[in-house]
Design a protein around this ligand. Structure first.
Ligand code: COA
Length: 138
């Protein structure tokens, strides 16, 4: 997971940081791979009936194939099984690929955090209500 994260982000989380997060009982990690090759990963943290997507990424040469969409759906499914009814996340205003992924998956904007990221960019705060049957609410 650390290797994938390092390929995907300018400020990646190393193995130690990811291990600490994954050891928390509230965390759920997902790894998408083909045979031994890691394609993507996601990490969420659940708290009572809410969960936050901490990170999600797909290696550059495997993007646009639906892997992130699958990771997101699977993360929501696992969260739902833990009693989560609401998912949250932050995404940079400059990250159009990730915004498209989230909006297509039914997330909507609930706030704005100015200068949230180390590059000075603002974050959009997004939210999605999870239904029991997994269908998006309109
Ligand atoms: C954002 C990211 C996870 C998307 O992964 P992906 O596997 O390419 O996404 P998918 O193939 O599942 O595509 C999901 C949707 O996003 C769209 N999308 C993916 N890449 C896109 C791009 N570069 N520009 C515009 N839309 C894009 C797809 O078209 C798809 O929409 P559709 O269903 O309408 O076709 C990937 O680009 C990535 O790892 N980026 C770097 C890390 C990152 O920014 N993570 C998000 C942090 S908030």
């Amino acid at each position: 997971m650390a290797e994938i994260h390092a390929i995907c982000f300018d400020h990646p989380w190393n193995e130690k940081a990811l291990t600490s997060l994954l050891l928390l009982p509230s965390s759920v990690g997902l790894l998408c791979r083909e045979e031994k090759a890691g394609l993507g990963m996601a990490l969420i943290r659940c708290a009572a009936d809410e969960a936050e997507i901490l990170t999600i990424c797909v290696v550059p040469d495997q993007r646009g194939l639906g892997y992130a969409h699958h990771l997101l759906e699977h993360a929501e499914c696992l969260a739902r099984k833990r009693g989560v009814v609401r998912m949250f996340l932050e995404v940079s205003v400059n990250n159009k690929a990730a915004q498209k992924l989230y909006f297509r998956a039914g997330y909507s904007e609930i706030g704005h955090r100015p200068a949230y990221y180390v590059d000075g960019s603002d974050a959009l705060m997004l939210e999605k209500a999870l239904t029991k049957d997994g269908q998006n609410r309109s």
